[in-house]
Design a protein around this ligand. Structure first.
Ligand code: ADP
Ligand code: MG
Length: 305
């Protein structure tokens, strides 16, 4: 059974334009799914529909085999949600917030207390457990929001722009934490972001969305192979003949698409045997950013904009 199934989901807010244009997605359990697209592409709309906050105009969505909008209470128990503007009580301490939300989920008191101790320690929040949320930094607030989202041990975690507003160090820490939480608890994560560099290191599956259309779906390697985004062998050297399929990119810089290690030896051998000189050789994989722009804009050069 998939964690999430979406079939021909359409949402129009105004009756004229589609914020979601009949999108379909199947996300197996245990994946860290990166839902990537520019602002306004439809990510939050999708999450809201999956969380039962918004109804779709047409189409079908289910979580762990349960249609959304029919089993909302049950789904709220199975899912944790952290949005960009996640709500917590400013006047309560971090711990009081966790007690409140844990009780709201109907957690038994002893279990709740143990879970709070575990989460506060795990998210490095022990020092601020008795501080009111209003006195916390943005990074700490994000952690408290994440703690609230996972207090009831959800099987599926929706994270909508979890790193927005964070400095690079905090954003990296939160991303690392998300990955660890997913691995430790076998949680399926649905992560929406437009910050590609934080998705790159943690996601196992990607969906690219633009203007309400899914433009790409799959693992990094599947997405790369569909666009022939193969490995690039970059060679810095002199007198290198282009007859072996090498492209002369710049002064002393050559490149060639390759499929893997097996080809490299022969290329280097041929260059040397034909009087070429080699100073440096590297294999370059496409970055997620290059791949994303290839799907969204049709050219990897967008990554440089
Ligand atoms: P993302 O999360 O990818 O930035 P959204 O799902 O928030 O995108 O928005 C998708 C589209 O739907 C945008 O064109 C946005 O303006 C529109 N939209 C989002 N929320 C509303 C709303 N409450 N009322 C009308 N239009 C909305
Ligand atoms: Mg959004």
């Amino acid at each position: 059974m998939n964690a999430i199934n979406i079939l021909n989901l359409r949402k129009s807010y105004d009756g004229n334009t589609n914020a979601l244009n009949n999108i379909s997605l199947s996300i197996p359990k245990g994946e860290i799914f990166g839902f990537l697209g520019p602002n306004g592409s439809g990510k939050t709309t999708t999450v809201r529909i999956l969380n039962g906050i918004l109804s779709s105009t047409s189409g079908h969505a289910e979580i762990l085999g349960k249609p959304v909008n029919e089993h909302n209470l049950e789904l709220h128990r199975l899912c944790g949600v952290m949005t960009e503007s996640s709500f917590c009580y400013e006047n309560l301490t971090a711990e009081e917030n966790l007690i409140f939300f844990g009780r709201m989920h109907g957690m038994e008191e002893k279990l709740l207390k143990e879970r709070i101790d575990f989460i506060l320690k795990r998210l490095e929040l022990l020092d601020i457990r008795n501080k009111k949320v209003q006195a916390l930094s943005t990074g700490m607030r994000k952690r408290v929001s994440l703690a609230i989202a996972i207090i009831h041990n959800p099987q599926i975690l929706f994270l909508d722009e979890p790193t927005s507003g964070l400095d690079p160090e905090n954003a990296l820490n939160v991303s690392k934490l998300i990955k660890e939480l997913a691995e430790e608890n076998e949680v399926t994560i649905f992560l929406c972001t437009h910050q590609l560099k934080y998705a790159e290191n943690i996601c196992t599956l990607y969906g690219f969305i633009n203007n309400g259309n899914i433009l790409g779906f799959g693992t990094f390697d599947e997405l790369a192979s569909k666009k022939n985004a193969s490995l690039q062998l970059k060679i810095r050297g002199k007198n290198i003949s282009e007859k072996f399929g090498l492209i002369h990119e710049d002064h002393n810089l050559y490149s060639k698409s390759i499929s893997g290690d097996a080809e490299v030896n022969a290329i280097i051998h041929n260059i040397i045997a034909n009087g070429g000189e080699i100073y440096e050789v590297v294999q370059q994989k496409w970055s997620l950013e290059q791949l994303y722009f290839m799907y969204i804009k049709g050219t990897a050069d967008g990554a440089l904009l």
